[in-house]
Design a protein around this ligand. Structure first.
Ligand code: HEC
Length: 138
């Protein structure tokens, strides 16, 4: 084998793992999806369109989470969505809140004294937001 060919082959083989890596799903999205399936799909549906198995038992229908960006004029409003999911700081003048207060729930799940509970809660929320962003329709 010529030296040039050998070099070319080595380079081509080196490129393969990075191509494979590019096709792998973003780990943040995978982590967010895991949270979503566990915490959200019962109401919002596996697809996110608001058609989960317990949706019809709620007073307020669960929102279609694939159209958040569309409803906000093409921009995904991260801070607003985090606030809605969190629920701890949200004061609503009108209407019931049929969404669980996930901030509180995560705090209880993740919290142990002296640990960065708030940072951990924040991390789980950000994963959820990354996942939600990945399922937006145009
Ligand atoms: C018990 C049912 C239920 C579960 C579980 C649930 N939701 Fe909801 N969600 C709702 C309902 C009902 C609404 C409609 C508005 C309301 O009640 O506040 C809603 C609204 C929302 C909205 C507002 C959408 C918009 O554009 O106004 C977001 C974002 C959202 N949910 C995200 C989530 C995420 C993320 C999870 C999982 C961590 C989740 N929900 C779990 C019932 C649920």
């Amino acid at each position: 084998m010529s030296k040039i060919l050998a070099t070319w082959l080595a380079t081509a083989l080196l490129a393969v793992p990075s191509l494979v890596a590019a096709a792998e799903p973003d780990p943040r999205i995978a982590g967010g999806q895991e949270n979503y399936v566990r915490m959200c799909a019962s109401c919002h549906g596996a697809s996110g369109r608001g058609d989960g198995p317990i949706a019809e038992d709620l007073r307020v229908p669960p929102a279609d989470l694939t159209a958040i960006k569309k409803r906000s004029g093409g921009v995904f409003p991260d801070p607003k969505i985090i606030e809605i999911i969190d629920g701890r700081r949200r004061v609503r003048a009108h209407g019931p809140r049929d969404m669980p207060v996930w901030g509180k729930r995560l705090e209880l799940d993740l919290g142990t004294p002296q640990q960065g509970t708030e940072a951990a809660v924040r991390g789980e929320m950000l994963l959820l937001v990354e996942y939600l962003k990945s399922i937006q329709v145009e």
